[in-house]
Design a protein around this ligand. Structure first.
Ligand code: DAH
Length: 339
């Protein structure tokens, strides 16, 4: 009996030492100490022994059990700790690793310029109108006092889709659409894409952006135009910026002007950016031609108005010192500079 118990203890101890996982150790415990285990089997057979042998055998079994349980406990603790260590090692976070820096996006310089211009005019009570990029000849030319054989059409080499439909060559088309719909007083700006048949180079692009402005009300004069453009120039190009009007010609305005601002770089002294003149041309403007008002059903004896149009890309280029190609190539290294 004693021998049998010693064998079980030896066998079980070998099993304990051989177990390399908690699972294996649990299986081993069941095998030797479980309800149907080897040691429990001896207890069950005690009744076959005589009265003298029985207490001794019971004592031996209990001693063996408690010895083995101590060994199991020790091995359990050891294996659990080992498992935990393995897990900790696998999940280790290396805080010295170079972090993955998240790139923060930025507005494209054109959008930044557009938003700044829009926010100024919105603050002055203008509403923003969005017109179609595919226009009819009527809105793009005819209603703006540029009839079919008018030489002014030559100024804008347009992309015609059919005889009467084209990609708009100027946001001025939006003036007509607005005046047809809205009764004066009108105060609106209309930003958007425009198209002309030019090759892409430093100063030209077949697609570019303009912002149109239109004010129509009773008693509007050229002074109002000058006043608002002066305020705009100071808001956009900085305090102290001056503007000047030069006589010009646009069929839809009479009189028409071209508007220069003092160079933001040299403040009028003359530099490379303003080609030594101290001035930079930024927009075209004028008093809305009577014929245009009439064509939209607005009485030119009762109402007058002014209009202006500026190239967004031109302004973005002036401010950034880059060119059309850089603006449209969308090279991230260039765009990043405008955060
Ligand atoms: N549409 C003109 C252009 O593309 C710019 C312009 C000039 C717009 C005078 C106007 C204006 O509204 O009054 O060259």
């Amino acid at each position: 009996m004693e021998e049998r118990i010693n064998d079980i203890v030896a066998e079980c101890t070998a099993g304990i030492d051989a177990a390399v996982s908690v699972k294996e150790l649990t299986d081993c415990k069941v095998k030797f100490l479980g309800k149907n285990g080897a040691l429990t089997g001896i207890l069950r057979n005690l009744k076959e022994l005589n009265e003298q042998q029985r207490p001794l055998a019971g004592k031996l079994v209990n001693e063996a059990r408690s010895l083995l349980e101590t060994r199991f406990d020790a091995r359990f603790r050891f294996l659990k700790e080992e498992e935990l260590n393995r897990k900790l090692q696998a999940e280790k976070i290396d805080i010295t690793i170079t972090p993955h820096i998240r790139e923060v996006g930025s507005l494209h310089p054109l959008n930044a310029v557009r938003r700044k211009i829009e926010s100024f005019f919105i603050s002055m009570g203008f509403s923003v109108y969005d017109g179609p990029e595919i226009e009819t000849d009527y809105y793009n030319f005819e209603a703006l006092n540029i009839p079919a054989d008018h030489p002014a059409r030559e100024m804008q080499d347009s992309f015609f889709i059919t005889k009467n439909i084209l990609l708009r060559s100027q946001t001025s088309a939006g003036q007509i659409r607005t005046m047809e719909k809205v009764k004066p007083p009108i105060k609106m700006i209309s930003p958007g894409r425009t198209y002309r048949s030019d090759d892409l180079d430093a100063t030209h692009s077949p697609m570019f952006h303009q912002i149109e402005g239109l004010v129509v009300d009773k008693g509007i004069t050229m002074c109002d135009l000058k006043g608002i453009l002066e305020m705009f120039a100071q808001h956009f190009f900085g305090q102290g910026t001056k503007i000047r009007f030069r006589p010009s010609y646009f069929p839809f305005t009479e009189p028409s002007v071209e508007v220069d601002v003092t160079c933001h770089n040299c403040h009028g002294a003359g530099c490379r950016i303003c080609k030594g003149t101290g001035w930079i041309e930024v927009l075209g403007a004028g008093m809305v031609n009577r014929k245009v008002l009439e064509g939209c059903g607005i009485d030119p004896d009762e109402y007058t108005g002014f209009a202006f149009g500026m190239g967004l890309d031109r302004i973005a280029i002036i401010m950034s010192g880059l060119d059309f190609k850089a603006i449209f190539e969308n090279d991230i290294r260039f765009l990043k500079q405008f955060k």
